[in-house]
Design a protein around this ligand. Structure first.
Ligand code: P53
Length: 496
């Protein structure tokens, strides 16, 4: 049988508000954590900036909720620093031009996120911010104009900063209520424009990375991480229930950072360690959100780190009643798990473990592993049997602009072609895969490093790591290649 993508398969691309929009202090928007996060590189971290209790500026290593600012300090934007997310690539003002380019490529779906702080600038405001609501209405209408289905992430690492400061972020159960209120507002507002929603982007990152990248999470880190996740699971489950009442046609997805883990050797201890990494890193969140209950191994995980979860009456019923309709995930790479000491380690941002001799690695240390995508798809589909979406996949790479302005990014084309073939193989093996949205269909600010030069787009944006450039958009070779793939429902990639 000839392999093919099913009729009506969704093809498109994905971005996130804080990495693309810019306009960080326009339209009544409140601050989020990336607004106080500097740029970094593959070898140097991003920093979170603050003013300490004595009024002295400072910066703490790490980003998002992993950054630890001193007691009594307040997050602050400092004059001495450059913050790449402030301008990002100005999608806020250029969305019409960008969506027209996506339509030219032939998108049938476009994944973007709503910035919570545009709707509720402080998170706990009584009334939503009308300018924020109008902005996304206009973006969704623009998509509809071209028959592009919006796929909307409700949270993409961007809790309003005021909720972090005044409530302690997701450590606080009150966040569940604030999130659900935000969801109710956007569901009612966009119920005729948006059908597909993702509740939390890469929800599993909070605990999955605690024992990766050289991290050694303490019991306190795990306690906090698992409690934050419990609150997010509840928030997601309640949002799903409310959403289905507001519009029974809504389809909800979870969203998992999908790393395929392999045992580095056939030592049974490695096989087991790998199985346990799947449980703690990948299944833990998927099981709650898709099956509606904590996994069989969850108690062991909590015990291992002396975690005492605050689970209240009714919580488990909420989780059971708020399961998602589809499983969605990002996929960039695989990782090797081993109990053995090894000198041959991968060092890159967000990739760790023993080097896999069968794979090549990107300039940022991410393994190029299309078979790992097929493996992930088949394993996950067999576990849950709900429709799957690959909502992020791409290659962060340096691009060179030729004198005539062209950009020959064959490496990116090769990366996507191989992953598209792997998806077709998984479909051939019975997997119900319904969508593919490539990451950063347009160049945007890297989440991990804050760089512009780690480019993922099929559309180039003229802008460097210090914010210099015209921000003009241009088409890379991959743009024309993907256009052909979409025009043939994937066939041209399978035949190359
Ligand atoms: P950047 C870690 C590992 C895999 C994916 O990442 C990850 C992360 C966290 O950065 O994040 C997703 O930009 C995330 C996007 C992000 C994209 O992968 O660090 O959902 O926001 O931009 C690529 O190269």
């Amino acid at each position: 049988m000839v392999k093919a993508f099913p009729k009506g398969f969704f093809w498109g691309g994905a971005i996130a508000a804080n990495q693309a929009e810019g306009a960080y202090n326009e339209g009544g928007r409140g601050l989020v954590q990336t607004d106080v996060t500097t740029g970094g590189t593959v070898n140097s971290p991003r920093y979170t900036t603050y003013i300490d209790k004595d009024g002295k500026p400072g910066k703490a290593g790490g980003m998002g909720h992993h950054a630890r600012i001193p007691e009594g300090a307040k997050y602050a934007v400092l004059d001495t620093e450059y913050y790449p997310n402030h301008k990002a690539v100005d999608f806020y003002h250029r969305y019409k031009e960008d969506i027209a380019l996506f339509a030219e490529m032939g998108y049938s779906i476009f994944r973007l996120s709503i910035s919570w702080a545009r709707i509720f600038p402080n998170g706990d405001d009584v009334e939503p911010n009308q300018e924020g609501l109008d902005f996304y209405r206009s973006v969704f209408e623009e998509c509809r104009k071209y028959n592009i289905e919006p796929l909307v992430s409700i949270w993409h690492f961007d809790t309003p900063l005021a909720l972090e400061e005044n409530y302690g972020g997701w450590n606080n159960r009150k966040l569940v209520g604030f999130y659900v209120r935000y969801c109710e507002v956007i569901f009612n507002e966009y119920k005729d424009l948006v059908k597909y929603w993702l509740t939390f982007n890469e929800i599993n990152n909070t605990t999955m990375f605690l024992d990766m990248m050289g991290n050694k999470g303490t019991d306190a880190d795990y306690q906090a991480g698992y409690q934050q996740l419990h609150h997010q699971f509840l928030a997601s489950a309640r949002a799903v229930q409310i959403g289905h009442r507001i519009n029974p046609d809504f389809k909800f997805g979870n969203m998992i950072c999908g790393i395929t883990f392999y045992p580095a050797t056939c030592d049974p201890a490695d096989i087991l360690a790998n199985q346990h990494k799947w449980e703690s890193g990948i299944y833990y969140c998927g099981d709650v959100q898709v099956k509606g209950k904590y996994g069989t191994y969850a108690k062991r995980l909590w015990k291992e780190h002396n975690v005492e979860l605050d689970i209240r009456e009714g919580d488990l019923e909420d989780l059971a009643n708020g399961t998602v309709d589809m499983y969605t995930f990002s996929y960039y790479m695989s990782n090797n798990v081993t109990t053995h000491d090894t000198d041959d380690k991968v060092a890159g941002n967000f990739s760790t473990g023993a080097r896999n001799p069968y794979l090549t690695y990107s300039d940022w240390g991410w393994a190029h592993d299309p078979r790992g995508l097929q493996y992930y798809l088949e394993k996950i589909y067999d576990r849950y049997e709900v429709p799957l979406m690959v909502v992020e996949n791409g290659l962060g790479a340096f691009d060179t602009v030729e004198e005539d302005g062209s950009i020959h990014d064959d490496y990116r084309i090769d990366y996507h072609r191989a992953h598209i073939k792997a998806m077709a193989d998984a479909i051939d093996n019975g997997v119900d895969l319904i969508a593919y949205t490539t990451w950063g269909c347009i160049d945007i600010v890297s989440a991990g490093t804050g760089e512009m030069r780690k480019r993922y787009g099929f559309i180039y944006v003229d802008m460097d790591d210090e914010g210099n450039g015209t921000m003009n958009r241009s088409r890379k070779d991959s743009f024309y290649w993907y256009q052909k793939v979409l025009a043939t429902n994937g066939q041209s990639a399978l035949e190359e």
